[in-house]
Design a binder for this molecule. Structure first.
Ligand SMILES: C[S@@+](CC[C@H](N)C(=O)[O-])C[C@H]1O[C@@H](n2cnc3c(N)ncnc32)[C@H](O)[C@@H]1O
Length: 482
């Protein structure tokens, strides 16, 4: 991991930051007329809150090209009273940021349980600051945001009583273009035998949630996460291996491979069989989830979450090799409208944009295009999930109020970030091995936490005397000072 320190006014030295290199910004600019950092050109001494808000947004205008399209911004701004009036400075900054092209996703309340008491008797003590969470407005919503890294793990687990799933009704909107219904007629461990209304029977695995697929590079053999592949499509519109730079499409590396076979059933149906089953030790998050099983609907979902751009690329490549036009392919598939969507590479992480072929269509595509088996399991593996268990088994969404005590700091610099706050933002908004920027670095807390968490950092600070504090905090990681 490397920390790069750049000394100077961010509005001038921003040019030293490499274009499209920043995954995440975490920063706390000087607050409006709160302190004097003793350097000409410092932000925070503007004549009015309006000017201040505009100046902060101006910095982010300059940074626009330095941020990847998938970057997120955590901007910490405090509230201030002037002449006994509460100024809504964070909100004013948010408004100016919107004009600069940033989308506000959350105003996180950073509640300080150890806030300094106030002598005021005419109002309540202000015990929180705002952490504004923005993404770049680049048309599509595609950014890195990994709640699983910070989720609170559920404290209690309840075993699912699988016998209660017997006779439960099942709905399948995924496998075929036409919806089908069925019911559970047999249970073996976590495998459910479903009798579809057509009379067709198949075994499918029960699961509490979909899993993210991992990949492996065909050139260097290194592992790539779901996010590595997804972010590559979002930022470059193509796959580029982050390890070796190859553009060859990666292979899935699905960890839980069990003996799963696919068969093209004679009459256009397909089935999936597995002899193997594990003990019924699946867990669910809440008693409500457990109770809801009785009389509850089960639905069919893909087992794996994977970047749609990858399948679009793979299909495009095969179409080109076979000199088939999109129109012709559509005709061969029975004039369906979704063909074009399968070739789009702008699927967002949250499901807008292109689409992934259904298992039924995949079989047809395989025949028409002579596709190999590389991506079969991604498209064809399906699981049965409960339609109403909303609580994610990996923990609930942590919400937008964070109680984090301020930390004392012995050095000369005031107003340092508590490390816990920086850690939350990094885990949420910066992929491992990515780069975090703090354009108002102060004592360098962001650099310290980033290095410990396996991320790189670029720290900009106007006051050259703080360089020593930064070097001290980021000992062993500072690679460059300019
Ligand atoms: C609130 S402090 C940041 C503290 C930091 N979060 C930490 O944990 O130590 C704001 C910093 O921004 C610096 N600063 C002010 N104006 C600046 C500018 N125009 N360019 C770069 N840094 C600036 C100040 O010198 C100060 O160190």
């Amino acid at each position: 991991m490397a920390v790069q320190i750049i000394l100077g006014d961010i509005r001038q030295v921003y040019k030293k930051i490499k274009d499209h290199s920043i995954d995440c910004v975490i920063t706390s600019p000087p607050y409006y007329r709160q302190r004097d950092y003793g350097v000409a050109g410092q932000i925070g001494q503007e004549n009015s809150p309006e000017e201040y808000a505009k100046e902060i947004a101006n910095v982010f205008r300059l940074l626009w090209n330095k941020l990847k399209n998938t970057a997120v911004v955590f901007l910490n701004i405090g509230y201030k009273y002037e002449n006994e009036e509460l100024l809504l400075i964070p909100e004013m900054v948010a408004w100016e940021m919107k004009k600069a092209g940033y989308v506000l996703k959350n105003k996180i309340i950073w509640y300080k349980p150890n806030a300094i008491p106030t002598p005021a008797r005419n109002r309540l003590n202000n015990t929180y600051e705002a952490v504004l969470f923005f993404v770049k407005n680049v048309g599509k919503e595609v950014y890195y945001f990994n709640l699983e890294e910070v989720n609170e793990k559920p404290k209690l687990f309840y075993a699912i009583d699988f016998s209660k799933l017997l006779n439960a009704s099942v709905e399948d909107n995924l496998s075929y273009r036409n919806k089908r219904s069925g019911r559970v007629i047999e249970i073996k461990g976590e495998l459910l035998k479903i009798l579809w209304e057509s009379g067709f029977e198949e075994w499918l695995e029960f699961s509490l949630n979909q899993k993210r697929a991992n990949f492996v590079c065909r050139n260097c053999g290194k592992t790539l996460s779901y996010w590595d592949v997804h972010l590559s499509y979002a930022n470059n519109k193509r796959f580029i291996c982050k390890h070796c730079g190859t553009k060859e499409l990666p292979k899935p590396h699905l960890l839980e491979y069990s003996e799963i076979k696919y068969e093209n059933a004679k009459n256009g149906l397909f089935s999936r069989q597995s002899e193997k089953y594990k003990k019924a030790n699946l867990l669910t998050a809440s008693p409500a989830g457990r109770l809801s099983i009785t009389g509850e609907k089960l639905i069919i979902k893909r087992k794996w979450l994977f970047p749609q751009g990858l399948i679009a690329d793979y299909l495009r490549k095969n179409l080109k090799e076979r000199r088939l036009s999109l129109k012709k392919l559509g005709e061969l598939l029975g004039s369906i409208h979704t063909v074009g969507h399968w070739l789009r590479k702008d699927f967002s992480h949250w499901g807008k944009g292109g689409s992934i072929p259904r298992p039924e269509d995949w079989y047809k595509l395989k025949e028409i295009l002579g596709l190999d088996d590389t991506y079969d399991r991604l498209i064809l593996d399906r699981v049965v999930v409960l339609s109403t268990v909303k609580s994610h088994p990996e923990g609930k969404n942590i919400g937008d109020v964070w109680a984090i005590a301020t930390e004392p700091y012995k050095g000369e610099h005031f107003a340092v970030f508590p490390r816990k706050l920086v850690e939350m933002c990094i885990r949420l908004g910066c992929p491992e091995g990515g780069t975090v920027l703090d354009p108002f670095a102060g004592s360098g807390t962001v650099g310290e936490v980033a290095s410990k968490l396996g991320r790189n950092a670029v720290l900009v600070e106007i006051n050259p005397s703080y360089a020593e504090l930064i070097k001290e905090k980021c000992k062993g990681y500072v690679k460059e000072i300019s």
